[in-house]
Design a protein around this ligand. Structure first.
Ligand SMILES: Nc1ncnc2c1ncn2[C@@H]1O[C@H](COP(=O)(O)OP(=O)(O)OP(=O)(O)O)[C@@H](O)[C@H]1O
Ligand SMILES: [Mg+2]
Length: 502
């Protein structure tokens, strides 16, 4: 394009030379196109003057015209102009919107006054046009450069997007896998619980169900220990064999042995025929022994033997009996503390506590109460073959804030009763007085008796909190004292004062 500018501008004879000087991106004036000037001339020292004249036009923004360079004062200080054979010179600045971007330079080495006014006006007109063309060209090339930049940026973005999409896909797959890991193998629909502690329990259950490991299920009364034992049996490989449950505390010591192991005819007074024990009945299946801490040391020893060898003797029997029974035991006591106190055999404890499942009291998972309420409302409706009733917000609030000393069993009884006596919606008025008032029945009675007297009521609160802390901390006084904000010594003083067993 620039070459065309020069060609159209001036038809040059052999004696004329011309070049176009333009600012580069760094603002330096450089020769872009030249006519009748070869590379050697461009580099030669005698070209320095031509270039300095062109630069002068660019810097001042004014054309430089000389009729006879040799006689021109302005160039006298430069090297001998005549030596350079420079007679006529015309340098016209190229300006775009007031900014000089370069110069058009022509000279004639032989003749004076080649560039008259007309020539000068013509080149200036042309310079104006050329400047616009140059600016347009510059804008076009700038536009192209930006376009290329945008395209490169787009390509990079597309690449990054592809990389991110791949990474995201990886994360999605990992998440899917981890969800599959987190999904439970067995169905625990009957065991209502969404809180993390219950979910952890279900995962542990999933892991022990298929094994033959003995399991000890710990938890306060009514927390669902038997329900858990049933889940292990009915989800596991023994599900088609018997599930036998016995409460060790409900049977007198003398009868427990024959209940569990059976007896031969004449083994004791009244044993007029032989009888099978629960171990024999449960053969191939599961025997669930509740309140195992209530067993006498002698019975604990016999239980240990079955667990170790799979063998037992019927009462009065000579031959050992062999059975294949999975034993699950439950307790609402802290077995570890009982072992420390010498009330439970350590060897049996080690044998049965390979897997410990601890059921939280309901007050420690009160977020599950609404779900449990719904579950028991449905159960009550199914039992009475009626439509499921709803529970209004104020009743639900009362149910959620009550402490439930009898745990899930107490809640179930409460809901069954309320559902039976309420209208289509259970309201706070349908709840029992202790749930409505938020206190447990024994406390409510005592409060009534003590009226506003501060001391007995504060003492009762202290007693309750100390008992709770001791149970929670498994009888560990240091931990309980810390939970209560007392010193160990302070706690011991209160334990003595309130006669609470350490
Ligand atoms: N998570 C639960 N979801 C639904 N029902 C439950 C849950 N836990 C307990 N229950 C219900 O509460 C009642 C008491 O449960 P369970 O007999 O298993 O308690 P427990 O811990 O064995 O009590 P105890 O120590 O008095 O023997 C049962 O009717 C049982 O169905
Ligand atoms: Mg039970």
């Amino acid at each position: 394009m620039l070459e065309a500018v020069i060609d159209t501008a001036i038809e040059m004879t052999d004696a004329e030379r011309g070049f176009l000087l333009l600012k580069d991106s760094a603002g330096e004036l450089v020769v872009k196109v030249a006519r009748n000037i070869d590379q050697t001339t461009l580099d030669a020292p005698d070209f320095v003057l031509s270039r300095s004249i062109a630069k002068q036009a660019a810097e001042t923004g004014q054309p430089v015209v000389t009729v006879d360079a040799a006689g021109d004062r302005r160039f006298r200080e430069a090297a001998s102009v005549s030596d350079l054979h420079l007679r006529s010179v015309l340098a016209v600045p190229l300006s775009v919107k007031g900014n000089v971007v370069g110069t058009i330079y022509v000279d004639h080495r032989l003749r004076k006054g080649v560039f008259d006014d007309e020539a000068q006006a013509m080149v200036m007109d042309f310079a104006e046009q050329a400047a616009i063309a140059i600016e347009n060209a510059r804008l076009v090339s700038e536009l192209r450069r930006r376009e290329n930049q945008v395209q490169a940026l787009n390509r990079r973005l597309e690449h990054e997007l592809r990389v991110q999409e791949q990474a995201l896909q990886g994360v999605r797959e990992e998440l899917k896998e981890s969800r599959q890991v987190a999904a439970l193998r067995y169905d625990y629909r009957h065991l209502v619980g969404q809180t993390p502690r219950m979910q952890d329990l279900f995962h542990l259950l999933d892991r022990v169900t298929d094994t033959a490991l003995p399991v000890v299920i710990e938890g306060e009364s009514g927390t669902g220990k038997e329900l858990v034992a049933r889940a292990i049996h009915f989800n596991g490989p023994r599900r088609d064999r018997p599930f036998v449950s016995e409460n060790c505390a409900a049977i007198p010591e003398t009868l427990l042995e024959s209940t569990l192991f059976g007896h031969v005819k004449g083994a004791f007074t009244g044993a007029d025929r032989e009888a099978r024990g629960l171990f024999a009945v449960a053969d191939g299946g599961t025997l669930f022994l509740d309140e195992v801490a209530e067993m006498s040391p002698a019975m604990q020893g016999k239980l240990l033997r079955v667990l170790q060898d799979g063998e037992f003797h019927r009462v009065g029997g000579e031959r050992p009996q062999r059975v294949d029974v999975r034993v699950l035991v439950a307790t609402n006591k802290n077995l570890e503390a009982l072992v420390e106190q010498g009330k439970f055999r350590q060897d049996l404890f080690f044998r049965i506590s390979v897997v410990r499942l601890v059921l939280p009291p309901l007050r420690d998972r009160s977020e599950d109460i609404p779900l449990l309420v719904q579950h028991f409302m449905k159960k009550a409706a199914a039992a009475s073959d009626t439509a499921t009733k709803s529970v209004d917000a104020s009743a639900l609030a009362k149910l959620c804030s009550y402490r439930w000393p009898g745990n899930v069993r107490e809640l179930e009884n409460e809901i069954t009763r309320a559902a039976a006596f309420s209208g289509p919606v259970v309201t706070a008025a349908d709840l029992s007085p202790q749930v409505r008032s938020g206190s447990d029945p024994s406390t409510a009675l005592a409060d009534e008796r003590d009226g506003m007297r501060l001391r007995p009521r504060v003492e009762r609160l202290e007693r309750t909190l100390i008992r709770e802390a001791m149970t929670k901390c498994g009888g560990n006084q240091t931990k309980a004292a810390k939970a209560l904000g007392l010193s160990r010594f302070g706690l011991q003083k209160k334990l003595r004062r309130y006669r609470i067993a350490a």
